[in-house]
Design a protein around this ligand. Structure first.
Ligand SMILES: [Zn+2]
Length: 452
């Protein structure tokens, strides 16, 4: 998709194509992507954006308006004076990693027959977004029936949006890593702490089931509890931590604010007010339910675990360059804050590795690489009600866990058949990781690592 002549340095038009691709999944078909991307680039070059049928979507736009329309650059980004020459944009997107990601998302979409699939690949050390892809199974380039009226307006509006930044979803058990991070940091648990799962917890006289209530996990260490994704353990440690401290970590991990990425539509999560949340709702949040975050927020937070506990601001634009190669604006990696200690981050990285080598994340296992991860499956909330059978199934991962080069999040929207993130999203994460680690020249540490 990305037609880049020199690695890293891309023209503003390619930037526009890139962002347009990222944002316009709803009308670019999942096949013949490069051809459609090229078409899109050519139309933008003429200063007009057309759809595939040559219908004008927008015209007579200034450079900054195109940026605004397509990239939705945030107000904080300095836009070049339009009376001067256009500037080239160096993105953090890597065309090869983007390609691996798109292929993995295509495969996931076909295998799961889901409504939508999306992925973000981040460099945990810098917060650089190396790839970002979202695709829908509906091919709106080949509609069976004409789309008219409000539905047409809605789809046109969606062309300009990026759901990985703008939309929130319930993260489910991937969020247990946030509870784990807070509780390890505060000394509430250690990896070897022991717990007993009887298949349920009781909070305020209400029974909350473990997902495996039909065959309780029994006695297990905290590490095994994460491997098993056992709900009662997280309810218990969440209660021990208390909501004041828990909310402090939600702040620190960036969930109560926007990520401040240089793309607009950056949304906050949906978190219940600390002052009115009920004990039951708080118990649910401890294991990832009743909270809604953006995919970008989640991968940024998990990447902090892979960066010695330091949260980075997500970066998409590296620099603006004029035609002579002079750098006009440079955007350095930006550390937001230290969220957890380096020691806690390492402990949690090791636990994440055990999830892949011995637990529910084994579909992301890559022989020889130390891959860490966590599954997540949550029923979708539609019009204020959970809908049985419709899920967001996801997998979040770091690799290699002892020195992470990559953070990857894959979210599958409404998979058919199997719903678990371990079976739907983990294989896509594995595909992205396997190709990207090889491409980056990350050497295998041992063929015997991570024996399942
Ligand atoms: Zn359990």
């Amino acid at each position: 998709m990305f037609i880049v002549k020199r690695k890293g340095l891309v023209s503003i038009l390619v930037f526009i194509s890139c962002i347009a691709f990222v944002c316009s999944y709803s009308y670019i078909s999942s096949n013949a992507m490069s051809q459609k991307g090229e078409n899109l680039k050519k139309t933008v070059e003429r200063g007009i954006i057309y759809d595939r049928n040559k219908k004008e979507l927008a015209t007579n736009m200034s450079t900054s308006t195109i940026w605004s329309k397509l990239g939705h650059l945030s107000n904080s980004t300095k836009v070049h004076d339009e009376s001067k020459e256009p500037l080239k944009v160096t993105l953090t997107i890597d065309e090869n990693i983007q390609n691996f990601t798109e292929k993995a998302i295509d495969n996931a979409l076909a295998k799961t027959e889901s409504k939508r699939a999306m992925a973000i690949v981040m460099d945990p050390k810098t917060g650089d977004i190396l790839a970002m892809s979202v695709k829908s199974r509906a091919d709106l380039n080949n509609p069976v029936e004409p789309i008219v009226g409000e539905e047409k307006d809605k789809l046109y509006n969606e062309i300009w949006t990026n759901p990985m930044i703008r939309d929130t979803y319930e993260p489910g058990s991937t969020f247990k890593l946030i509870t784990a991070a807070a509780c390890l940091e505060e000394g509430i648990v250690s990896p070897n702490s022991t717990f007993t799962c009887n298949g349920f917890s009781v909070v305020e006289d209400e029974k909350i089931n473990c997902w495996r209530h039909y065959r309780p996990h029994g006695e297990q260490s905290f590490t095994e509890g994460v491997q098993n994704s056992c709900n009662p353990i997280f309810i218990e440690i969440g209660q021990k931590l208390g909501k004041e401290k828990y909310y402090k970590y939600l702040d620190s991990f960036g969930f109560t604010s926007t990520t401040d990425i240089d793309l607009a539509q950056d949304r906050k999560s949906f978190i219940q007010d600390k002052n009115i949340i009920s004990p039951i709702e708080f118990a649910n949040m401890s294991y990832g339910q009743g909270i809604s975050v953006t995919p970008l927020q989640l991968i940024s937070a998990i990447s902090a675990i892979g960066n010695d506990g330091k949260l980075m601001k997500p970066r998409i634009v590296k620099e603006l360059v004029d035609s002579k190669g002079n750098i006009i604006n440079k955007y350095e990696p930006n550390m937001v804050r230290q969220v957890i200690s380096k020691e806690t981050a390492k402990e949690l990285g090791d636990i994440m590795e055990s999830v892949v080598s011995h637990g529910s994340g084994n579909k992301a296992y890559i022989p020889g690489y130390r891959v860490g991860g966590k599954t997540g499956t949550a029923n979708k909330l539609i019009d204020g009600k959970y809908v049985e059978g419709k899920t967001y199934s996801s997998f979040v991962s770091l690799a290699p866990v002892n020195d992470p080069k990559l953070g990857v999040l894959v979210v599958i929207d409404e998979p058919q058949g199997f719903k678990f993130g371990s079976l739907t999203a983990a294989p896509a994460v594995k595909e992205i990781m396997q190709n990207t680690l090889a491409y980056l020249g990350v050497k295998k540490q041992s063929e015997k690592l991570g024996v399942q």
